[in-house]
Design a protein around this ligand. Structure first.
Ligand code: SER
Length: 593
């Protein structure tokens, strides 16, 4: 493999390669999109190109390439493993109605094997296996085979893995083929469908050949596009035989600084190693957000920034770094990006804001940790109630995700619904919305999440109908893309039960049922048979959402909303996964198609 040491070398190789294939380079856009209020951050190279993927003519032509800085907040819980970052840079090439699958795959293969010198045997790919919306992507698989990839290096996977959705509910989308590099021990074998942990994704080629429509159907696009994205940190890790992205020279200087400050050795102890990775990732991402003149706050990008900095501070304490440290680590970021001149230009702002947030949080963090330690000793059962989680936020500045992380570390859970109710009572609704955005990485597409909130009610009702009245909600996490729903039940659901739940929910959706909202006291709500989590301290008045068909009450729940007004707005409900969540609690992941 070619010894490519720095990001600058890799970027140059990539851009030169695609220029030699008649591509024009588009500039690296800001991390905070300028004309797109639906997203908090640029999450992919294709993001600034959406209007052109939809058919607008690009002034530079039909073949484009770029390096794009990105933030993906939905990967935050994975940071600390081998290959995830919140901030990263993406190399990409696009065909706007020009070449399609064949050349796209050929270019990727040539760049990887010839320019970077990666042995073909170290490469495996995944292709879309087909479903009712679109057929199996034989064309992509055949092209890989023609280029010499062995049959057992090609996995066919479902939409969950091999489909790129439009950033919103409608728009261009299609199957993709993802390219993986062998990161297992010994000789490469299998493919990402067989032994996924031993293969790391480095490049994704999306073939935008469909348009998802309002009614959930897919139509062939007139202009078929290619959109690819390759992670710089991952590729550097692979070319330099690093165990993870954190040992590349993009992040290792930030780790070495921590070794110096803490006296701990990276790689000695798994939890400390994970903390060091989180600190390096989060401080680098914070510098990048601050560089775009965003300061920590309680809303939108500022809240994301606040969470990153506060989490880094907590992990610094875990590895024994006392006192101020963020500035020392942040200083290491600047020399890595000589081409980002705005970093140096905003250095004073970046470091001052970082330190201000550090001072603010350090003052309360210790007290909060002591409060949590006492709580751990005195808590009855395993669940931290919503009121306490909210107090940790309000009095000690613990973002809810930090409380959840602490809870996980101590084998506890957080009553997230209770927390949200508590927050709603404190008229903190804007913050809830921001948290939704933080989780998905996309702005809270309120229509999408609203549809899923109502779906959660229909699903609970259907689960009770199919499994019995013992089923109660234990947790729910909704992003614009999916719902994750925990409920009490002891056994794995059979395929028949899952189908039946889907059928009942979809029948209720199709029956155009009104969703009625009423305000009443908790006692009145209880009398009407409304479901709710009654251990919660509800406010004086609560909202009760009722869905009726002509003969029955389908669902009645106390809820902080938001909800659609009629089930016809929802779309088609599909369960993607059913699994155990904890003892006596099952978890369903579901989407709307
Ligand atoms: N949009 C695709 C991705 O982000 C390819 O660039 O993976």
């Amino acid at each position: 493999m070619k010894p490519v040491k720095t990001r600058q070398e890799l970027i140059k190789l990539y851009i030169d390669f695609f220029k030699s294939k008649q591509h024009k380079e588009v500039p690296n856009s800001p991390l905070i999109p300028q004309n797109d209020p639906t997203v908090l951050f640029t999450t992919a190279g294709m993001h600034p190109l959406v209007p052109y993927l939809l058919g607008q003519k690009h002034p530079l032509g039909k073949r484009l390439c770029s390096v794009q800085r990105c933030i993906r907040t939905n990967d935050i819980d994975s940071v600390g493993d081998r290959f995830h970052n919140t901030f990263f840079e993406m190399l990409g090439n696009w065909s706007l109605g020009d070449y399609f699958k064949s050349e796209s795959i050929e270019y990727s293969f040539e760049f990887l094997t010839k320019t970077l010198g990666i042995p073909p045997d170290m490469i495996a790919v995944t292709c879309f296996k087909g479903d009712k919306d679109a057929p199996i992507d034989k064309e992509a698989a055949e092209r890989w085979k023609n280029l010499g990839l062995k049959e057992d290096r090609i996995a066919f996977l479902s939409k969950e893995d091999n489909w790129w959705n439009p950033p919103g509910q409608t728009g261009p989308c299609g199957p993709d083929t993802e390219i993986f590099f062998w990161v297992g021990t010994g000789k490469p074998h299998g493919n990402p469908g067989v032994n996924p942990k031993e293969w790391a994704e480095i490049w994704n080629n999306v073939f935008m050949q469909y348009e998802k429509r309002e009614d959930g159907s897919f139509a062939e696009l007139k202009q078929k596009n290619v959109d690819t994205g390759m992670g710089i940190e991952r590729t550097l890790a692979i070319l330099n035989k690093c165990e993870s992205v954190h040992e590349t020279n993009m992040l290792f200087p930030l780790i070495q600084k921590q070794e110096h400050l803490s006296g701990k050795k990276y790689g000695n102890e798994p939890n400390e190693t994970k903390s060091m990775r989180i600190i390096a990732d989060h401080i680098r991402a914070s510098v990048m957000i601050l560089a775009e003149k965003k300061a920590p706050s309680n809303v939108e990008q500022g809240y994301v920034l606040r969470r990153l900095i506060r989490r880094a501070i907590r992990h610094a304490r875990l590895i024994g770094i006392e006192g101020k440290f963020t500035k020392a680590i942040a200083e290491e970021v600047f020399p890595l990006y000589p081409d980002y001149s705005y970093l140096e230009a905003n250095k004073a702002f970046i470091l001052t804001e970082l330190e201000k947030e550090e001072e603010r949080f350090s003052e309360v963090l210790e007290k909060g940790i002591r409060y949590f330690a006492r709580l751990k000793e005195t808590i009855q059962g395993k669940v931290i109630d919503g009121k306490t989680a909210f107090l940790l936020y309000q009095s000690f500045g613990f973002p809810i995700e930090m409380t959840q992380e602490l809870a996980r570390e101590n084998n506890l859970e957080v009553d997230i619904i209770g927390y949200e109710q508590e927050q709603a009572m404190h008229q903190e609704l804007s913050r809830t919305a921001t948290e939704g955005k933080f989780k998905s990485g996309l702005a809270d597409n309120s229509e999408a999440t609203t549809r899923l909130h109502t779906t959660a009610h229909l699903m609970l009702a259907a689960l009770r109908q199919v499994l019995g009245g013992h089923v109660e909600q234990r947790g729910s996490n909704i992003t614009a893309e999916r719902i994750r729903f925990d409920f009490s039940h002891d056994e794995k659901l059979t395929p028949k039960q899952l189908k039946e739940v889907e059928r009942i929910v979809n029948d209720n959706i199709k029956n155009n049922l009104d969703v009625k909202r009423e305000e009443m006291t908790v006692d009145e709500a209880k009398k009407t048979g409304a479901m709710g989590v009654f251990e919660h301290k509800y406010g004086e008045k609560v909202s009760v959402y009722t869905i009726c068909d002509p003969n029955n009450i389908v669902s009645r729940e106390i809820c902080a909303g938001p909800h659609v007004t009629n089930t016809k707005e929802i779309g088609r409900f599909k369960i993607q996964k059913e699994e155990a969540s904890s003892k006596g609690v099952r978890r369903i992941k579901a989407i709307l198609e």
